[in-house]
Design a protein around this ligand. Structure first.
Ligand SMILES: Cc1ncc(COP(=O)(O)O)c(C=O)c1O
Length: 464
């Protein structure tokens, strides 16, 4: 039986030109395979929705970014930003490639330790470092960047306990020309707060500063912002050296390089919008060389997250239902929404069809499975008429989605890794009811008991 659908008339846009000759494709791209493995094969075995990572892309992206810097500066280290994606397999790949771990919480610290990472391969940042974590980090020889005054006091207490001086780094916030300025982390440079912290530390006599950290934001499109950041950091390092005699062993510039996901509202396509990694490396390394004194080459630490991992991650999602909204717009209900693609609040993904679909494309809305009005993945995408069971391949989704995903209403699905030789490995199993129930305790008095004398079968025993 066919259901009746009221006819509607739409102007059809075959692609809006812009002066850079970019156009919305009239034909939606078809991606029937991910990292060489057929989408249908993956779904058949592991279900839908499904996250799929490409190990080849992960390693290629890491090496491209590393080489851009390593060919321009003699001492560069990468700190893999766990918050971007802390799936064990992803972290392990970056550690194999030589990255340290950049951590911002006890939980992330526990994850890195569980992976077997030694303290000298860990950088501990973030505004909340519980005392016991700080204590463990100091004992483990972790690189610690102080966020605020109370942390200075904690570290002094730890130095007293250990009866030895403790060497740490200081996190700065500074104006590199990026708005909004991330001023809530670390000590402000321009106001003199950072120098006051240095004086306070020197007076305490228990700590010594040997490095500076700052992170100017994420999706930074201006390489020169990093040049301004580096210049200010190096200069401040020399002020510390002049006043306290402490030489900086490292300059940690945080992360922030963009990925190919497009910020909502961005006019240009990624190809036009994004500077190349070489442009970032040029700006940063040139600024280092200009600002440093001859013979002084502190370690340059880079905590790139998004740019390393985003392109390696893809999500397969299937149509569960099709709709016409009252205004005539075509809408689809998918089995993945903002619960799995949390970053869709800020970014527009690339949506491809997993198989060619005939028919005239029309503007469509892509909803997720949640019974919530905010669960929208794309509000205006041109799609041919999809049917239940058709699949979309969503990229680039490797950054922040597998850490910020919600266990809200739905279970989280399987996550796969396609190895460089094309094998498929399960790196996170789909959740089930046991994952939810494991941590909960139902007081026995609230346990449901069958009631025999009523038709509605169950009621709490304590309720009557
Ligand atoms: C301290 C620090 N380092 C690194 C990163 C990674 O940033 P991105 O993913 O933009 O490279 C972040 C992200 O917020 C951060 O706060």
């Amino acid at each position: 039986m066919q259901t009746y659908e009221k006819p509607v008339i739409h102007p059809l846009h075959s692609g809006l030109m812009n002066k850079f000759a970019g156009a919305t494709p009239a034909q939606r791209q078809v991606k029937s395979a991910i990292a060489g493995v057929a989408v249908e094969e993956l779904v058949e075995q592991y279900g839908s929705p499904l996250f799929v990572y490409s190990e080849r892309t992960l390693r290629r992206q890491f090496r491209t970014i590393r080489n851009a810097f390593a060919t321009r500066y003699p001492d560069v280290t990468f700190g893999w930003s766990y918050k971007t994606n802390y799936l064990k397999a992803i972290c392990a790949i970056f550690h194999q490639e030589g990255a340290m771990a950049e951590l911002v919480s006890k939980m992330e610290y526990d994850k890195a330790k569980a992976l077997g990472l030694p303290g000298n391969q860990i950088i501990l940042n973030g505004p909340h470092k519980p005392f016991a974590t700080l204590e463990a980090a100091v004992r483990d020889g972790v690189t610690i960047n102080i966020d605020h005054l109370d942390e200075i006091e904690d570290l002094e207490a730890i130095a007293t306990q250990l009866d030895r001086p403790v060497t740490v780094g200081l996190r700065l916030n500074l104006d590199a020309g990026i708005q909004p300025c991330w001023s809530r982390f670390g000590f402000n440079l321009e106001s003199g707060q950072a120098m006051a912290a240095i004086q306070r530390i020197a007076q305490g006599g228990k700590l010594r500063i040997n490095g500076l950290h700052s992170h100017i934001g994420t999706y930074i499109l201006d390489p020169n912002a990093y040049a301004r950041q580096v210049e200010k950091m190096v200069q401040f390092g020399y002020e510390i050296e002049a006043t306290q005699g402490w030489r900086m062993d490292y300059i940690d510039i945080g992360g922030g390089f963009p990925s190919r996901s497009r910020l909502k509202g961005a006019y240009h396509a990624a190809d036009v919008l994004l500077p190349t990694i070489d442009e970032y490396a040029d700006a940063i390394c040139d600024a280092m060389w200009k600002a440093l004194k001859p013979g002084h080459t502190p370690k340059l630490i880079i905590e790139s997250g998004r740019a390393m991992v985003d392109e390696a991650g893809t999500l397969i999602t299937s149509v569960c239902g099709t709709k016409r909204l009252p205004n005539g717009t075509r809408a689809y209900v998918m089995d993945a929404g903002v619960n799995l693609l949390f970053t869709s609040f800020w970014y527009r993904f690339d949506l491809a069809l997993a198989q060619p679909v005939p028919g005239v494309a029309e503007p469509s809305v892509i909803y997720g499975p949640l019974c919530m009005n905010i669960d929208v993945i794309d509000e205006q995408i041109s799609l041919p008429p999809l049917s239940r069971g058709d699949r979309l391949v969503v990229s680039t989704v490797g950054a922040y989605n597998n850490t910020q995903w919600l266990q809200f209403i739905e279970y989280r699905p399987n996550v796969l890794l396609v190895t460089e030789s094309g094998d498929v490995e399960l790196i996170r199993a789909a959740e089930d009811i046991t994952d939810l129930e494991r941590r909960e305790h139902l007081p026995p008095r609230l346990a449901l008991q069958p009631i025999r004398d009523r038709n509605d079968s169950f009621t709490p025993t304590g309720g009557r």
